[in-house]
Write a protein that binds this ligand. Structure first.
Ligand SMILES: NC(=O)c1ccc[n+]([C@@H]2O[C@H](COP(=O)([O-])OP(=O)(O)OC[C@H]3O[C@@H](n4cnc5c(N)ncnc54)[C@H](OP(=O)(O)O)[C@@H]3O)[C@@H](O)[C@H]2O)c1
Length: 298
């Protein structure tokens, strides 16, 4: 049976999970996908490897409301009546002691991880409810269920998303519109490098214990045809959340002892390495390459 999900918007498609997700939706499901991120050159290189016309690009900063207006307008032009699927994937984290965190970074995390997806979802739901079908998929995290030292703001943002999903599912019952979240554990991407304040590039610093992106994403894509509220792709995500529920004492002990030491050593190792201005910079225009700061190709 042919899926009714044929068109999509995927945010954060220049790297990691979003890039692989857009790739699999176009390549393996034959969907038309409008992708977005700030680094246009990365989106263009993805389009070049996929069947012609599969990928449409609108690059910009999602924390900018004017850009979200433009993105939504483009989506309605590309997909009259609105997309079948909105994937709220773009997100950032930053490892820091909470009391030492830069307020500008806290704001950037909240704006990208909560405000932008809420705003895009608001727009998408109004179109989807009118048509009586559609899906909003959030790339949340196991940190929407459990805490992690030195990732407090990020974990708070993912808890907010999980609360949004729970509430919207009640509100949308019987509307034909599905809202759900996929909640990976550590996955290969630029996330870890960005969270350490490093310069991500073609070979970003790998997170220890990270699961392969293509496998995690393949499971996310399969979940599009299912009905659950929360999905746990990869091998470890479900176990992390189950362990926190079934063995709260040992889980808390582990998070109080091993986890802080592990993250402190990661942060210390990274502190001597070059800093990156990309993830939290407001002056990076979509036409600039994050690695060089220059327009792509120059
Ligand atoms: N990797 C993990 O271990 C893991 C685990 C659980 C959940 N997640 C979640 O998975 C999602 C994807 O992360 P990832 O791991 O694939 O990280 P990633 O490789 O760093 O990708 C993040 C994406 O977000 C985009 N982005 C960042 N700031 C943006 C902004 N201001 N405006 C527009 N786009 C922006 C980036 O593009 P530009 O820089 O080009 O703008 C990039 O395409 C996030 O929501 C993350 O929280 C990741």
């Amino acid at each position: 049976m042919r899926s009714s999900v044929r068109t999509a918007i995927v945010t954060g498609a220049s790297a990691g999970i979003g890039r692989e997700l857009a790739r699999q939706l176009v390549r393996d499901r034959g969907m038309s996908v409008l992708v977005t991120a700030r680094r246009r050159d990365r989106l263009e290189s993805l389009a070049a490897e996929l069947p012609e016309g599969g990928l449409r690009i609108e690059s910009g900063d999602l924390t900018d409301e004017a850009f979200r207006d433009r993105l939504w307008q483009r989506a309605m032009e590309e997909f009259p009546g609105g997309p079948d699927l909105l994937v709220n994937n773009a997100g950032i984290g930053h490892y820091a002691e909470f009391d030492q965190e830069d307020p500008a970074i806290l704001r950037a995390i909240v704006e990208l991880n909560i405000i932008a997806p809420m705003d895009l979802t608001r727009r998408a739901l109004s179109a989807m409810k009118a048509r009586g079908h559609g899906q909003v998929m959030f790339v949340s995290s196991v940190l929407g269920f459990v805490g992690l030292p030195y990732s407090s703001a990020y974990a708070a943002s993912k808890h907010a998303i999980n609360g949004l999903v729970r509430s919207l599912r009640y509100e949308l019952a019987g509307s034909g519109v599905r809202v759900w979240a996929t909640c990976p554990n550590r996955t290969e991407s630029e996330f870890h490098a960005v969270a350490l304040g490093q310069r991500p590039g073609d070979a970003p610093r790998r997170a220890p214990y990270a699961e392969p992106t293509d496998r995690v994403v393949r499971q996310m894509v399969r979940a599009i045809d299912r009905r659950m509220a929360f999905h746990f792709p990869g091998t470890s995500a479900r176990w992390v959340v189950e362990a926190s529920r079934l063995l709260p004492g040992p889980f808390d002990w582990f998070m109080r002892t091993w986890a802080p030491a592990h993250f402190r050593s990661e942060m210390e190792r990274a502190s001597g390495e070059p800093e990156i201005s990309r993830p939290f910079a407001s002056d990076l225009s979509p036409q600039q390459d994050a690695d060089t700061g220059r327009p792509p190709g120059t």
